[in-house]
Design a protein around this ligand. Structure first.
Ligand code: SF4
Ligand code: SF4
Length: 545
């Protein structure tokens, strides 16, 4: 069913920035070497089941651990294992990582890895090699295919299955939200993954409906993308593929599917904001919200296609589509990349010669700035953003018309020429200045808190007061810092405030445990003394008798 346009309070529409990735996919080919981290997407690190010198096929499971919350990891190329000992730096499940947050900057972690020297051949091994023991026509069989393909690691909290892939059981899933929005600049264009593959996308939805028969399915898609909305809507209604014929269709999809156009404002794609916009949200701090704990799975459009590929084509998750956004790249399109390929090798010959750039992973607003480009593409990689470095101050910039200048205020001509392509570089156009009480940060904040006030309290080391201002509702989208004309690093202050409160709470809890242990020891000492006294009294009594 096509729903009315939905939205949330606050947010910001960035418009069209220079270097937006086009919905065209180019395949990178088979790399000569891959480094496969043994933790990707959601879940724990898993143990390698291969050793140096082993020959492997693309699609072969090389690491698996049925005893932890995890999904298997596969070889992404055909070749020979050359290293199983080294660790590699990764940015996994760092969706709350802030470029301007020094604590979060360090959230890159070292993960054990397996290196494969490729033989250059493009073929891959089918996932059905691993599921011969179950009837594929059953829910059990489909779940096993998803698990054995590694697809259950997708989504911020994994896809629940009987194979210990997520914190909740599959029968607790009440809602599935498909994030097909492009509210954030330089994100992977949904049309790149969905438009030419509607049939596969709809079949993926059918499989989800088959696996989670009681769950409502909500797709969120930008309201500007009418073509995509109606294309999908018509595909769903007008073609027999809507109710997929075959073993994985439960015939219920039409009744429980909702296509929700949403206003294309950032941060609509944020998990907390998206779930609240579409289906409401349970009470509790929004910054600590975990959709899966409320029975909601949030997946990207690309994840639905991976579900299709695993269950229908038997293809393990060995490849990812990644958007190249930003004016630092010489081409702005999407690339199909084998997992484990070096990020440096993916962008090196797609980069503008002589342009110094800042490379940011996955999100221009919340992603980490990469110092080291020798990191592997993983199941979590969605976009690689290259912003030209620009620190030069513009002489009397406020006097310039600014038709190409993105801004939250209506100061520049870009506010009138809404379709103009705006500059996107690393220049913040000024230094921090005192707050001018413009309240832009409050208007833009998607969770209805007072960023300027919280920021000020943290700056003055009054973090306790910020709890009353709902600091933990902050979803760390970074919009307050972006819109602030005084260049105040508001989010940095908020993140520091949260950290200080958490550390203080942990110290209090530790002190309480210590005090309880001391009280227990004192009580034991008293009872030991009493026991000795009783024993002495009894001995005396016996002596008297
Ligand atoms: S306070 Fe938090 S949620 Fe609000 S705009 Fe700033 S970063 Fe986003
Ligand atoms: S946007 Fe910046 S200047 Fe405006 S009220 Fe917020 S902190 Fe102050």
């Amino acid at each position: 069913m096509l729903e009315k346009v939905k939205t949330f309070k606050g947010g910001h529409a960035f418009g069209t920035l220079n270097g937006m990735p086009k919905a065209r996919i180019r395949h990178c080919g088979v790399p000569m070497k891959v480094v496969i981290p043994l933790r990707q997407g959601f879940g724990d690190e898993v143990k390698p089941i291969v050793k140096k010198g082993d020959k492997v096929k693309a699609g072969q499971i090389i690491a698996i651990d049925d005893n932890s919350i995890s999904s298997p990891i596969h070889a992404s190329v055909n070749g020979t294992i050359s290293d199983c000992e080294s660790k590699v730096v990764c940015y996994e499940n760092n969706n709350k990582c802030m470029s301007e947050n020094p604590a979060a900057e360090n959230q890159n972690i070292e993960i054990s890895s397996v290196t494969i020297e490729s033989d250059g051949l493009a073929d891959w091994q089918n996932v059905e090699n691993y599921v011969a023991d179950v009837d594929l026509a059953t829910v059990e069989g489909a779940f096993k295919k998803l698990y054995m393909s590694g697809v259950t690691a997708l989504g911020l909290s994994g896809i629940p299955s009987p194979h210990n892939t997520s914190p909740v059981e599959p029968d607790k899933v009440t809602n599935i939200v498909i994030n097909a929005t492009n509210s954030e600049p330089f994100s992977l264009p949904v049309s790149a993954v969905v438009k030419t593959r509607e049939k596969a996308f709809i079949t993926g939805l059918n499989i989800l409906s088959f696996l989670f028969p009681d769950a409502e399915i909500d797709i969120a898609i930008d309201s500007g993308q009418e073509e995509s909305i109606y294309g999908l809507f018509n595909a769903l209604n007008g073609k027999e593929d809507f109710v997929m014929k075959g073993v994985y269709s439960d015939g219920k999809l039409p009744d429980k599917l909702h296509i929700n156009p949403v206003k294309p404002k950032y941060p609509q794609g944020n998990e907390t904001v998206l779930v609240e916009t579409l289906i409401g949200v349970a009470p509790g701090p929004k910054g600590d919200f975990s959709a899966i704990e409320h029975g909601v799975i949030v997946l990207a459009a690309q994840d639905v296609l991976s579900i299709y590929e695993a269950v229908i084509e038997g293809k393990p998750l060995i490849e990812r589509i990644v958007a190249l956004g930003g004016a630092g790249h010489s081409v702005n399109h999407c690339v199909g990349v084998r997992i484990g390929s070096s990020l440096k090798s993916v962008i090196s010959h797609r980069h503008k010669a002589g342009v110094e750039s800042r490379i940011i992973l996955n999100s221009i607003m919340t992603g980490p700035t990469l110092q080291n480009l020798d990191i592997p593409i993983t199941k979590s990689t969605n976009s690689i953003i290259s912003l030209p470095e620009n620190k030069d101050r513009e002489f009397q910039s406020f006097l310039r018309p600014g038709i190409d200048r993105g801004s939250y205020s209506k100061t520049f001509l870009s506010a009138i020429f809404r379709k103009s392509v705006r500059r996107a570089d690393t220049n913040i156009n000024g230094e921090p200045r005192p707050c001018i009480s413009c309240n832009y940060c409050e208007y833009a904040c998607p969770v209805n808190i007072l960023p300027f006030l919280i920021s000020k309290y943290v700056e003055h080391d009054m973090v306790e007061e910020t709890e009353g201002l709902n600091i933990f509702d902050c979803v760390e989208c970074g919009l307050c810092s972006y819109v602030c004309p005084s260049k105040i690093p508001i989010l940095k202050h908020i993140a520091e405030g949260k950290q200080k409160i958490r550390i203080a709470a942990a110290e209090d809890a530790a002190a309480e445990v210590e005090a309880a242990a001391e009280a227990l020891a004192a009580a034991e000492a008293v009872s030991a003394t009493e026991a000795e006294t009783v024993a002495d009294t009894e001995a005396t009594a016996e002596a008297v008798v």
